[in-house]
Ligand binder design. Structure first.
Ligand code: OGA
Ligand code: MN
Length: 469
């Protein structure tokens, strides 16, 4: 069996050499084609969180090994990062983006060819696939053929650019949302799209300031594709975008990469911009190929223990957990949606005495406070005493287990969170109840947002779900 772990064990700490005072580092002595172990992949993720751009020399990727590495490292591949809806690439696989100046016949593209016109828009400051939703997360560019002259790429650190904004500008931009479209960036260069092509490139809206999960830093999310700010007149929005682009691309935020053959550069599109610099591209061949991962949202949920020995099994497991999670959450939500807000019909109909509401969290916490205000209203509405009982511990499991043992006559109800009913049963085999079989939903009470980083293709261990009180 082709077991990745037997082929390659963890390799010890990375050798990292910073290339700029704010971001960008070179990782030395590593052959990414051989990196399969989770520990090293995690160290590389940490390095991405710190440096946002990582440079690797002498990486002899072919398309297949590049595609495989990109997925191993960061999950699902993006296959709509270029304007492929109007022009397919020459590889027949849109997950490899052709950054070359070479046509399907192997010759340098003619100066006026449409493919070249599309490619040269890379010379505008941008971030990959910001005109899509999901946008691009990590891009990985492999230099297969480099010209004998400089044909550099510049990167700008959008975290540092955000940090350097005065406080009043930070608060001005924090809540803004920006429309990105590839039509805008191409039209800026005089490129013309037919109406049916424009219809295929509707663009996407993204926040102007993003918080980057692993580093917890804020970053400006800008690009030549940014064409307007939601809720602002078009000219005003564009002027703001222009000002921010000028601010974010000042020299102190910029690193310039001089390519050598077989360089491999990974950048985080969420917190950097980049642009190609011009060279004599009608004279010299340059073949660079890019893989980009989808910036999928982090799934709401707790960690999942994965015990399988190799990455293929691991991603299958995680995929399966996603399915179960989505399925259960959808069924519970559908059940909850059937019952009216704050009415507790079953309580009123079936039980006339004092009703106990179990709360799986301590007094004074958010769930407790919510339940207390609910109880007051229910006491009045139903003319029945409502008693709150805090059964805190184990992420609500104690309360749920108590509920399971309670009489099914409406005298005991519980204010539960999806965390307890959906997520913990996925991460823990012995919760002692099956929410769908053992409980009857009464009403949806509130909607809240919660998230734990849960990334596909990554190994997670449950740290201690039962300590999560
Ligand atoms: C890209 C890109 C710049 C370059 O591949 O996304 O913008 O210098 N490349 O090739
Ligand atoms: Mn790009």
């Amino acid at each position: 069996m082709d077991n990745a772990h037997s082929r390659r064990a963890a390799r010890g700490p990375l050798r990292i050499r910073p290339l700029h005072s704010l971001f960008v580092a070179e990782v030395e002595d590593i052959d990414l084609r051989e990196v399969h172990d989770v520990e090293t992949l995690e160290m590389l993720q940490d390095a991405m969180a710190s440096y946002a751009v990582l440079v690797f020399r002498n990486q002899r990727f072919d398309d297949a090994s590049q595609l495989a590495f990109a997925q191993r490292f960061d999950g699902k591949l993006h296959s709509r990062t270029s304007v492929s809806v109007v022009a397919k690439n020459k590889f027949g696989n849109e997950a490899i983006t052709d950054g070359s100046n070479i046509g399907p016949d192997g010759h340098i593209l003619p100066a006026d060819s449409r493919a070249r016109m599309i490619a040269v828009s890379n010379r505008l400051w941008h971030t990959d696939a910001s005109f899509q939703d999901p946008a691009g997360r990590f891009s990985m560019l492999s230099a297969r053929v480099v010209p004998p002259v400089n044909a550099d790429t510049e990167y700008a650190d959008m975290r540092a650019a955000y940090d350097a904004l005065p406080d009043d500008e930070k608060s001005q931009v924090n809540a803004l949302r920006v429309h990105h479209t590839a039509v805008h960036s191409r039209q800026m260069l005089g490129f013309e799209f037919a109406p049916d092509e424009i219809a295929k490139l509707p663009g996407a809206v993204h926040p102007l300031v993003r918080s980057i999960p692993r580093s917890n830093r804020q970053a400006l999310y800008l690009a030549a594709h940014a064409s307007g700010v939601e809720g602002m007149p078009l000219p005003e929005g564009r002027l703001l975008i222009n000002d921010l682009m000028a601010h974010a691309t000042q020299r102190q935020f910029v690193y310039r990469h001089e390519w050598r053959q077989y360089d491999f550069v990974i950048w985080d599109n969420r917190c950097t911009m980049h642009r190609a610099r011009p060279f004599e591209d009608k004279k010299y061949k340059r073949d660079v190929r890019r893989t980009t991962t989808l910036d999928l949202p982090f799934i709401v949920g707790s960690a999942v223990e994965a015990t399988n020995a190799n990455d293929a099994d691991l991603s299958r497991d995680i995929e399966m957990v996603f399915q179960i999670f989505a399925d259960r959450a959808a069924r519970l939500l559908a059940l909850l949606a059937c019952s009216a807000f704050l009415t507790f019909p079953a309580v009123a109909k079936d039980y006339r005495g004092a009703v106990r509401i179990l709360v799986g969290w301590p007094a004074g916490g958010a769930t407790d406070i919510l339940t207390r205000s609910l109880a007051e209203r229910l006491t009045t509405a139903l003319g029945q005493p409502i008693i709150i009982e805090n059964k805190s511990g184990a992420g609500g499991l104690i309360a749920a287990q108590t509920l399971k043992g309670a009489p099914a006559d409406g005298s005991v109800v519980m204010l539960a969170l999806d965390h307890t009913l959906v997520i913990l049963p996925l991460t823990n085999k012995n919760v002692g109840f099956d929410a769908l079989r053992d409980f009857t939903p009464l009403a949806g009470v509130s909607v809240y947002q919660t998230s734990s980083p849960f990334r596909q293709g990554r190994r997670y261990k449950i740290s201690d779900p039962l300590a999560d009180g």
